[in-house]
Design a protein around this ligand. Structure first.
Ligand SMILES: [Zn+2]
Length: 155
C-alpha cells in the first residue's frame, strides 16, 4: 500500500476493524518513511465467470432478474424471489490484530475478548474459516515484539 503523502511503497497496519455489515475492513496504517497515518477500506469482490469466459462483478439484482426470467409462467412469487436475493449474499470477513512484547496466544485471545469490537469479530456467528499469522521482530520501535493477525471469513 503506497503512502498517499510521500508515495513510499510500504505501510504498516496499526489497527483494523470490520465494518458493521462485515463487507469490508478499515485499516489504520502508518508510513514507516514519513510517519504519517492514513486509513484504507478494503472490500472483497466476488466475480462471476460468464459462459463466454468474460468475468463481471457479482450482482444480486442480476441473479434475481435471471431467476425471475427462468421462472416465468411458473408458480414462483415475488416473496420467494426476495428471499432468494437475501440468501444470495456475498462473503463477509473480519480481522483482529494484536501486537506487543511477551504476548502469548492466551493473552492475545483474552485481550480480544475484553475489547467489545474485537470480541464481536471473534464471535460473529457466520464465520466458518480462520487464518492466523504471527510475525516476530521489531514493531513500532519495540524489539522482540510479536504481531498477531487473525482473519475470519464466512457468509
Ligand atoms: Zn509517507
Amino acid at each position: 500500500m503506497h503512502c498517499p503523502f510521500c508515495r513510499h511503497t510500504d505501510s504498516r497496519v496499526m489497527d483494523s476493524r470490520a465494518t458493521d455489515d462485515g463487507s469490508s475492513i478499515r485499516r489504520r496504517r502508518q508510513c514507516p518513511e514519513c510517519g504519517r497515518r492514513f486509513t484504507t477500506v478494503e472490500t472483497a469482490s466476488l466475480s462471476v465467470v460468464k459462459r463466454s469466459g468474460a468475468t463481471e462483478p457479482f450482482s444480486r439484482a442480476k441473479v434475481v432478474a435471471g431467476v425471475r426470467k427462468a421462472c416465468q409462467g411458473r408458480p414462483v412469487t415475488e416473496d420467494q424471489l426476495a428471499l432468494l436475493a437475501q440468501r444470495a449474499r456475498g462473503p463477509v470477513y473480519g480481522e483482529d490484530l494484536a501486537w506487543g512484547t511477551g504476548v502469548t496466544a492466551q493473552s492475545v485471545v483474552n485481550n480480544w475478548l475484553a475489547s467489545p469490537r474485537h470480541r464481536a469479530v471473534l464471535l460473529r456467528p457466520g464465520f466458518r474459516r480462520i487464518g492466523i499469522g504471527i510475525a516476530f521482530g521489531t514493531f513500532v520501535g519495540h524489539g522482540g515484539a510479536a504481531v498477531v493477525t487473525a482473519d475470519f471469513a464466512g457468509r
